[in-house]
Design a protein around this ligand. Structure first.
Ligand code: PLP
Length: 383
């Protein structure tokens, strides 16, 4: 029996050829593919500046550096995300503050954000969970009113549009991840998009140790060809040209990926819409979503089983689901920092029913039918 996992990359011959070309070229890293990728991401999103970086986590770290997050600064984010969305604040000595999510969209609740603002609040990191855009009109209003920076962790939402505008060109800074489960992959990889030149310059320094060869930035300007200065404390967060070439080649397929993901989402929506035991994620009109994850929520008022029992029934049939995400502050590291369960009651309640079912480009119609009929079978056995 063929196992179907919740996500999987799709690599074709053109991807292999793109990587091969770089391998045989002069530059494996710091070469021409980096600027080419940055330009492509600007073109794709209509944004002025892009910084290619080692991964999505490094992208978030760079964003927190660019914002100048430091000791005691508070940054509001969602608990229903990968830990990196909050860890980046800790890296810089700041304090992640968790806002609750909306019951129906699962994205950060603007109302909850507003209630948590204090004089120490510097920024909001919104996450386009599963690929659906957050309520940016509301979030922007709040950020303007309280003078906060709005960040979009768009690890799930490359290709998505909000009110017709591309993700990447909405928030003050937007981060992408190119991990293999994401819609577009480089094996590893990340990027930040911004229209703000100051942030852009800071992040370019941060990516390479804080080192510059730009004389206008130097303390002791010199045109000696070997001379450079370290003017900030940065990291080695460079992306390789090998990865950049793979990401560029994958971006050529973004349309194709989008079309197929939408077909699968439509079929799931139709199949599950009249099954009250399964609650579906609500889609807001403003979001033209390229879905990264498809999440069903088990309705425990009607199902007489635990999530584990439901998961096991599907796993027996080769349908390998997953759970995204355990609320960040449930993790022992956060518990030990003093975060207590009960912080975000809506997130905690809906998370209990979450199950991510298979969604990726190369799922065949047959696979999709199998997933649908096994989920229907599991529901029938559990009522
Ligand atoms: C994947 C992911 C990240 C981290 O990206 P990496 O490239 O794996 O470092 C951050 N935030 C969210 C929401 C993610 O899904």
């Amino acid at each position: 029996m063929k196992k179907i996992f919740y996500g999987r990359q799709y690599i074709d011959e053109s991807d292999c050829e793109a990587v091969r070309e770089v391998l045989l070229s002069d530059y494996l890293t710091c070469g021409p593919k980096i600027a080419e990728l940055e330009q492509r991401l600007c073109d794709l999103t209509g944004t002025k500046y892009a910084v290619a970086i080692a991964n999505g986590t490094a992208a978030l770290h760079a964003v927190c550096f660019a914002m100048g997050i430091g000791d005691g600064d508070e940054v509001i984010t969602t608990p229903i995300t990968f830990a990196a969305s909050a860890n980046c604040v800790l890296y810089c000595g700041g304090k992640p503050v968790f806002a609750d999510i909306e019951q129906d969209t699962y994205n950060i609740s603007p109302e909850s954000v507003e209630k948590l603002i204090t004089p120490r609040t510097k920024a909001v990191i919104a996450v386009d969970f599963t690929g659906q855009a957050c309520k940016y009109d509301e979030l922007f209003d709040i950020c303007k009113q309280y003078n906060l920076i709005l960040i979009d962790d768009a690890a799930h939402s490359i290709g998505t549009k909000y009110n017709g505008k591309s993700i990447g060109n909405i928030a003050d800074m937007t981060t992408f991840s190119f991990h293999p489960v994401k819609t577009v992959t480089g094996g590893e990889g990340g990027a930040i998009l911004t229209n703000n030149k100051e942030y852009y310059n800071k992040m370019m320094l941060f990516r390479t140790h804080g080192i510059t060869r730009n004389q206008t930035l130097m303390e002791y300007p010199s045109d000696d060809f070997w001379y450079y200065e370290q003017i900030e404390l940065g990291y080695n967060y460079r992306l390789t040209d090998i990865q950049a070439a793979l990401i560029l080649s994958q971006l050529n397929k973004l349309e194709m990926f989008t079309t197929r993901r939408r077909e699968i989402v439509d079929r799931y929506n139709k199949a599950f819409s009249d099954i009250p035991e399964i609650i579906l994620q609500k889609e807001i009109l403003q979001s033209d979503t390229v879905r990264h994850l498809y999440i069903i929520q088990l309705n425990y008022e009607l199902l007489k089983c635990t999530r584990r029992e439901f998961y096991d029934k599907l796993a027996e049939k080769g349908i390998m689901c997953n759970v995204h995400y355990i609320p960040v502050y449930y993790h022992p590291y956060y518990q030990q920092l003093g975060y207590k369960k009960g912080l975000c009651p809506v997130a905690e309640q809906v998370f209990e029913g979450f199950l991510s079912i298979p969604l990726y480009y190369s799922l065949t119609d047959e696979d999709v039918n199998r997933v649908i009929s096994e989920i229907k079978n599991a529901v029938r056995r559990m009522v």
